[in-house]
Ligand binder design. Sequence first.
Ligand code: SAM
Ligand code: SF4
Length: 380
Amino acid sequence: MSVPLGMPQPREAGGSGSAVQVPPSADPARPSAMPAGLFDRYGRRATDMRLSLTDKCNLRCTYCMPAEGLEWLAKQAVMTAEEIVRIVRIGVDLLGVRELRLTGGEPLVRADLIDIIAALRQAHPELPISMTTNGVGLDKKAAALKTAGLSRINVSLDSLHEETFAQLTRRPFLDRVLAGVDAAWAAGLGPVKLNAVLMRGINDAESPALLAWALDRRYELRFIEQMPLDADHGWTRQNMITAAEIRELLSADYVLSPDSRARDGAPAERFEVRRRVAGSADASGPVLGTVGIIASVTEPFCSDCRRTRITAEGKIMSCLFSREEFDLLGMLRDGASDEQLAGRWQDAMWVKPKAHGMDHVGLGAADFVQPDRSMSAIGG
Ligand code: SAM
Ligand code: SF4
């Protein structure tokens, strides 16, 4: 099939072995005859579902939430455990979702978290189910999460210094997070991935030490470029730490070489890490582990994006930066059938933007507008 230049190649609709494909299209209306699957106009297919369990959080990370918090959703507005299980089932059974990440807000603050995971696991014995958490309280719940059927965990950790951690999160909880990370590892929720956002003048200089700490313990550290998704609207393109700077910062101690494993739609570009011979460009010794860099702003991976997002109140977002949301939960509560809900989900994904345009902001172009929702209200 010929594909216009610059368009991503469509992927197979029915998983491996299927010959069904959806070609790129300029038409914003979804064709009536479509194979099952979450396709968009540019030939991408979403198979990786990010589902937010709550908008609430017990930290106030400066790059995400304001100090005073946000106006939380009313309890009735948030998806119940049963609604979550149904939506995931539609995603997996009717629309080809292959992977689920639970997020928030902070998923650990949800009282029925363990029950939700157990129900999801019972419905989908083989589905990879991971969770992104700030780690506060994880030490007490890690074993139960594993027993309930959680496959793996990502913990956010921006600093190993109490003061810096408290400055970034506005809470003095570093010890609790570190206990949570260790408990997750001990409970068998590995590989444990750590997410770190670097902020200029606050924790950027700590990046090689953070990597050393993670490598020692065999945790997979990923640095995430700060995105304009803070509720305070304090992000600037000039002030964010870019992926190029992160590589430069790490090169003081390490030599990074691209990991040969296929990226396969993953947001993080992975590098193998070896120690740098002091004062030289050469590496010495064995590969110590890997580090990931998620360069959403400066090296975007939109053309290979496989994500579909459901907010805590059951809205479909095709992209973190979508300005359009599609209400799935309201329709479900109004009695829609699984097929009707799947159709709406497909409509929502069909109009997924081609790219977010973040790297233009502050650099002379004005086509990027920060979304109204901040990261915690979307589900990062
Ligand atoms: N509360 C959980 C946590 O912090 O891990 C899960 C939700 S949080 C929104 C998910 C991830 O988004 C975290 O790793 C966090 O560091 C990241 N994040 C939040 N705001 C961000 C921003 N403005 N730019 C980049 N990453 C951000
Ligand atoms: Fe909470 Fe996570 Fe946002 Fe930090 S990044 S405020 S832990 S939702």
